[in-house]
Ligand binder design. Structure first.
Ligand code: OAD
Length: 274
């Protein structure tokens, strides 16, 4: 047998056929889709929640409490979140998802807050957990865009603080472009934390897209956070085939096991040869 050819029963050709035959495709992504861009996931061995448990760091209340009682710890957490996003560029997985639009109508639904799908060229992206690259005020009122350079500047300030003596006032000053209070009221990044409502209209649009696709490609998510994790079932119960991509052992019926940055370009080439 030619080792270059997929073995019978291999999920890759079946997944390629599913994409080829699809009328509408949804790509649903989690932290694993950005892992090869250098952004840590949440629940893997080197994931963010290992060092910074979500019970303390995934709510606004928890973050305020940490900031008041342990400002140095909050500074370290913010560096861990902001620095990788400030430096990130799309990886081959993001680019393959964007290229898929040349062949099929594609809706991207992402739990990620890093803006990398848009940077790769995807045009319809529903950020159901919001985005780090936007600042909002009361009731989600848009205030301004935050660039990766802005994030990098905040990280530089935070690093100086962590090296020196930590006082809350220096921390507040360093993160002022990101979050704080002033004469115009408070402002913060447009991200969804635990206990928050899902970002709108992204969530309503995401549910509608999941109901209306016939191929649902789930990439790099542990499926452990609801309501986002309901979307593959929504698609399946409306007749879509669900393909999963990631290094974990197969859980679903059509699983491509391995890193997204390797497998998605391969899937695209197989489905739509040049
Ligand atoms: P998790 O950290 O829970 O899961 C990441 C998944 O990506 C795991 O299944 C990994 O095996 C997989 N993975 C790792 N490297 C990969 C690679 N190179 N290619 C493909 N897959 C890879 O992250 P999410 O499922 O995104 O929400 O977590 C969902 C939500 O939990 C996040 O949006 C965040 C977090 O708490 C909020 O904070 C509201």
């Amino acid at each position: 047998m030619d080792p270059a050819q997929p073995t019978p029963g291999d999920a890759m050709p079946r997944a390629a056929e599913c994409l080829r035959a699809a009328r509408k495709v949804v790509v649903f992504t989690g932290a694993g889709a950005s892992a090869e861009s250098g952004i840590p996931t949440f629940r893997d061995d080197s994931g963010l929640w290992r060092e910074f448990p979500p019970e303390l760091f995934a709510t606004w209340r928890g973050l305020l409490h940490i900031g008041a009682s342990r400002p140095e710890t909050l500074a370290r957490f913010l560096i861990a979140v902001l620095d990788p996003v400030a430096r990130a560029v799309p990886n081959p997985g993001h680019r393959a998802i964007a290229e898929l639009e040349a062949h099929k109508p594609v809706t991207v639904i992402t739990q990620n807050i890093d803006g990398l799908h848009q940077d790769a060229g995807s045009t319809t992206v529903h950020e159901i957990h919001g985005t780090l690259l936007e600042i909002v005020g009361r009731q989600g009122r848009f205030i301004r865009v935050l660039s990766r350079q802005d994030l990098q500047n905040i990280v530089t300030q935070l690093q100086q603080i962590v090296e020196g003596r930590i006082v809350a006032i220096r921390l507040l000053r360093a993160i002022r472009p990101l979050a704080g209070a002033g004469l115009g009221g408070w402002h913060r990044p447009n991200v969804v934390l635990f206990e928050d409502r899902m970002a709108e209209p992204a969530w309503t649009n995401a549910e509608a897209a999941a109901r209306d696709c016939d191929c649902f490609l789930s990439v790099g998510t542990s499926g452990s956070v609801y309501p986002a994790a309901i979307l593959p079932d929504t698609a399946r119960s409306n007749g879509a085939a669900v393909i999963t991509v990631g290094p974990d052992a197969p859980g679903g019926e059509l699983h491509l096991q391995g890193p997204a940055g390797l497998l998605l370009p391969r899937l695209l080439r197989l489905a739509f040869p040049a």
